[in-house]
Ligand binder design. Structure first.
Ligand SMILES: Cc1cc2nc3c(=O)[nH]c(=O)nc-3n(C[C@H](O)[C@H](O)[C@H](O)COP(=O)(O)OP(=O)(O)OC[C@H]3O[C@@H](n4cnc5c(N)ncnc54)[C@H](O)[C@@H]3O)c2cc1C
Length: 444
């Protein structure tokens, strides 16, 4: 079946989880409130039980005494929140720091930098407060230059971080990398950030589900919103087992939003597939030769980012972009394994135990939008994390809760409406052209 959120109808029935390494290692999902049965009147309904939706439900209950009802089409964390690379980084969108300054000036960029770090702290707080057992790894993020001509960019980033944000990073040469992190190819230098960490993303999502319910929210999984209509000032969200009549609705469906869910989403995002491979555990020889012992999260300088890490059981995980549609050979397992071999020559020929994909939502301005819809203040959304939502999405849920429950302002850079994609009907053609250009730029 070809699946593309741009063309898909609203989901009509629940789907099973994809066979990810995270699903295989997460244990049983915690109890939820079961599929919705019967009709119900609620103040706030939230569509989607990923990080955005569950965090919003938790903070609404904890901070404002609003007990929201979450409707999830499938199981909790079925979307990106249960299939991602697990890198919690202080990231908001895809733009570089220099581009932040160009767009918002130094004060605006500083505010965004602070917000990105606040997002990481939201995740830290949630894990600590909820005592979430999600295999959190020690802090550390390596941004690796994938070619020698990319080292200058790392140095420029380091200077900008120091001069504009007062933030220190460490530049590592190949000898320092080999000593403390890994021995590999495609790594003439790396910039190390002290703030960022890896964890088990699905266990984290399960933890958020427990917290939201314990605070008083109701979470109905296996309850796809099949139809959304309005009647007498209420939103009617129809699921197979009943209808929720809500005063306010939060859209927390990100890359799994279909264009038909709500008019405010039409032509506003570019859903793009991202793929992940997880290898078999390294042998002791492979382990010794690759020297891959670091628990840091690792990204490279490609326009089409490679993100990778060593997993606690000695496997290697690597992710990058996927095909255009979910049907096109779907998973790029061989290509991802080839990338692992280029980065760690000692691992050439290693086999995969898991490979899967998921839809991320890109936006025209490459930042997420956390806001109320332009024509209806009773509909809110947080969408468009541009592939970096592990920290940004739980934080966005918290910001939306603050806006709904306490009328708190959200930083203007991320509070505007999602911009329209020009010539939206031709998004896929534009995406193909962009991928060709990025590939040429990345040199493979
Ligand atoms: C392969 C991959 C790797 C990634 N790696 C990273 C990473 O390392 N670091 C990082 O920061 N970010 C990463 N991301 C992005 C990050 O995972 C997402 O930005 C984040 O999880 C978004 O969370 P969310 O709750 O907004 O959406 P999701 O987790 O996608 O949840 C949306 C939910 O909405 C539900 N839904 C949709 N339509 C309906 C409906 N009609 N009715 C009811 N429910 C509905 C879906 O079933 C889904 O569960 C990655 C994403 C992918 C795909």
């Amino acid at each position: 079946m070809v699946y593309d959120p741009l063309r898909a109808e609203l989901p009509q029935r629940p789907q099973a989880y994809p066979a990810t390494y995270w699903l295989a290692t997460a244990g049983e999902p915690p109890p939820d409130d079961g599929a919705l049965q019967g009709d119900r009147d609620v103040d706030v309904a939230i569509i989607g039980a990923g990080y955005t939706g569950l965090s919003c439900a938790y903070y609404l209950a904890r901070d404002y005494g609003i007990h929201a009802t979450v409707l999830e089409a499938n199981g909790p964390g079925w979307g990106c929140s249960g299939r991602n690379g697990s890198f919690a980084r202080p990231a908001i969108g895809r733009l570089g720091y220099g581009q932040w300054i160009k767009r918002w000036g130094v004060p605006g960029a500083r505010a965004l930098f602070a917000e990105a770090h606040a997002a990481l702290n939201t995740v830290r707080d949630l894990i600590d407060t909820g005592n979430i057992a999600c295999d959190r790894q020690p802090d550390g993020w390596l941004k690796v230059a994938h070619r020698a001509d990319k080292v200058a960019g790392l140095l420029a980033d380091q200077a900008l971080l120091r001069n504009v944000f007062g933030y220190e990073t460490e530049l590592l040469d190949p000898a320092a990398l080999a000593k403390g992190y890994f021995r590999g190819g495609e790594a003439p230098a790396a910039l190390r950030f002290a703030d960022a960490f890896a964890m088990h993303p699905l266990k984290f999502n399960y933890g958020l589900l427990r917290m939201a319910r314990a605070a008083g929210a109701r979470v109905h999984c296996q309850s796809p919103v099949m139809q959304w209509t309005r009647e007498a000032g209420r939103h009617l969200l129809k699921t197979p087992g009943g209808t929720v009549r809500a005063r306010q609705v939060v859209i927390a469906t990100n890359g799994y939003s279909t264009e038909r869910l709500h008019p405010s989403l039409n032509g506003r995002t570019i859903p793009v597939l991202s793929n992940i491979v997880v290898t078999r555990p390294m042998t002791s020889t492979e382990q010794a030769e690759s020297g891959l012992l670091t628990t840091d999260v690792i990204t490279d300088t490609r326009a089409v980012l490679n993100f990778y890490r060593r997993l606690p059981d000695g496997r290697v995980m690597l992710g990058s972009r996927g095909p255009i549609h979910e049907s096109e050979g779907t998973l790029r397992q061989d290509r991802l394994l080839d990338m692992i071999g280029r980065k760690f020559p000692a691992l050439r020929g290693i086999t995969a135990d898991y490979c899967w994909g998921g839809w991320v939502a890109l936006t025209m301005d490459q930042i997420p939008h956390i806001t109320r819809t332009e024509d209806d203040p009773t509909v809110s959304y947080a969408l468009g994390y541009n592939g970096s939502g592990v920290a940004a999405a739980p934080h966005a849920g918290r910001l939306l809760a603050g806006q709904i429950g306490g009328d708190r302002a959200i930083l203007p850079a991320i509070a505007g409406p999602l911009p329209r994609v020009p010539l939206a009907a031709f998004r896929r053609i534009g995406q193909r052209a962009a991928f060709v250009w990025f590939r040429l730029k990345d040199g493979r």
